[in-house]
Design a protein around this ligand. Sequence first.
Ligand code: SF4
Length: 301
Amino acid sequence: MELDSDLAGTSDTEVPVSPAPNAAAPPLIPVPPPRLSPSGAGTFVQCPRRWRFRYIDRLKDPPSEDALAGSFAHRVLELLMQREPSERTIEEARVISRTEWPDTEAMDDYQALEHDEKQSRHFRWKAWTAIEGLWHLEDPAAVEVRATEQDVEAELAGVPFRGIVDRIEQEGDGLVVTDYKSGKAPSHRYRRSRLDQVLLYAAAVEASTGEMPVRARLLYLGQRTVGMDVTDKEIDAVTEKLAGTWTEIRTACSEDEFEPRPGPLCGWCPYVSMCPQGAAEAAKRADRKAAREAELVAMAS
Ligand code: SF4
């Protein structure tokens, strides 16, 4: 699962073998993680420097309201889908939410947000909107659940892969791999690339169970479903891409070279204050935006 703001990145993990999570004492020679997850691969493709901060130096991302709300929604949906079909109702989801909320509220990451009562209400409303959004996409009682939060590990095209699949269900013609998303659904242009994650999950399910899922899909809660049929051609394409990224990661580690890749996401990168190139890019973009806004104000007056 990922909250993208993704209920993103919350479900698949890598466990770096490098020592202590201490920015002041990074390992002398970066060691690649023992397994690669879709979020780890995606981070490296976006920016190798960012990947190093996260997976070698093990700097924790600062707590994010969107990520936490997404994780909470995931947890509630996970428990809901473990109920008998007839119990998968909105009322039951409310009961689960109320039961689960104290645990989330007590988490250090949530406490770090320092929400007052109004902000706390807004947080719960945001999470609830995602949870309730499932009913806009499907009738949960009609889903034949085979597994939830399924940990899948497999070697894919020579890459030690790990992911956690939100849900595997049985449909008439075979298995379906499903991931919940609480972030914004992609435009048509980015639709296909967002499906790489679930296609990799499908490949890992096949490698570990011998049964290839017939479909892979993302449920953008409250918005729409983005999915596709799983074919050998698509599986080959995503696993080859994963293998390419894995090779680049190993090379970067052996050469201790993690180039920054400044771009539009630098302004949201949690490590921007430690990255001169990213800070310059973010400042340049902020200046351009301010100039554009000033121009619009001038035109309107
Ligand atoms: S600020 Fe930009 S260039 Fe620097 S690490 Fe983050 S994403 Fe990469």
